[in-house]
Ligand binder design. Structure first.
Ligand code: NAP
Length: 261
């Protein structure tokens, strides 16, 4: 199947590692021009050099702290100036700290709101005029917590639900522009985020890191964690020309872990 991704202009937010990086890599391999973005210039430059080895789509990077509105605007502007337009936006951000209700003060609630919900809104606001030009695709990366809240991750459980409400509403509002808006939710995809959460759980439970990982993987029907590349393939399909009729939906890449249907 031809995904029709060759020559598409893409912004992948929070793409210096993990899921964002794998999405960028998959889209570059498909011939898209990809703008990488995050805070760390050194990591971004290394990813750019790695992706350029495919000798496929163009790759560039822009430094952006997603908690800074002016940097978000500059990130979108640089993408459009560099590639001549924007067809696909992949919204992503770092995860909020672990903890329960009694661990969080206003500062932590505000920081998670700004990074894990408001940044998505700000990026979409800056990108919308460009996506409207020819129709386009928006993907928001969330978490399986949008369907089944995860114990000890109250900030994620709260703000990622907001992403789904936002996406469903935007799917209606943007349909006249032929912009499709979907959410993709990871279960347990092996990245640094998962290593950090396993460490938190190991300290809390007194188990070793191996035991924590084994317990988590035993609860997954496929009995293993997913890879960022497996996750990226789902995103690549949804943003491609092969998807012309799915919008306002949430997709779970979780090895069957969620029990709800
Ligand atoms: N992996 C999973 O199984 C899983 C499960 C559920 C939910 N999620 C969520 O999915 C998202 C991506 O996950 P991941 O596993 O790829 O996470 P990750 O490995 O921790 O990567 C996070 C990315 O976000 C960037 N970032 C963090 N804070 C930023 C900021 N203020 N401004 C700009 N960029 C920022 C980081 O780059 P810099 O450090 O260079 O800024 C990095 O590229 C996260 O929100 C995570 O919580 C992941």
């Amino acid at each position: 199947m031809d995904l029709g991704l060759k020559g598409k202009n893409v912004l992948v937010v929070a793409s210096s590692q993990g899921i964002g990086k794998a999405i960028a890599q998959t889209l570059v391999q498909e011939g898209s021009n990809v703008m990488l973005a995050s805070r760390n210039e050194i990591k971004l430059n290394l990813v750019k050099e790695e992706l350029e080895l495919y000798e496929s789509g163009k790759v560039d990077w822009v430094q952006c702290d997603l908690t800074k509105p002016e940097e978000i605007k500059a990130m979108v502007e640089k993408t459009v100036n560099r590639f001549g337009g924007l067809d696909i936006l992949v919204n992503n951000a770092g995860g909020p700290p672990a903890g329960g209700f009694e661990d969080m003060d206003d500062e932590k609630w505000n920081a998670a709101f700004e990074l894990n919900l408001l940044s998505y809104i700000r990026v979409i606001r800056a990108a919308l005029p460009h996506l409207k030009e020819n129709g386009g695709r928006i993907i928001n990366i969330a978490s399986s917590s949008i369907r089944e809240p995860i114990p000890g991750l109250i900030l994620s459980n709260t703000f990622r639900m907001g992403i789904v409400g936002l996406a469903k509403t935007l799917a209606d509002e943007f349909a006249p522009y032929n912009i499709l808006v979907n959410t993709v939710a990871p279960g347990r995809i092996l990245t640094e985020r998962i290593s950090q959460l396993d460490e938190v759980n190991a300290v809390k439970s007194g188990k070793t890191l191996d035991e924590v990982a084994r317990t988590a993987e035993d609860a997954i029907p496929l009995k293993r964690s997913g890879t960022p590349e497996e996750f990226a393939k789902v995103v690549a399909f949804l943003v491609s020309d092969a998807n012309t009729y799915m919008t306002g939906s949430s997709f779970f890449v979780d090895g069957g872990k969620l029990r709800s249907v």
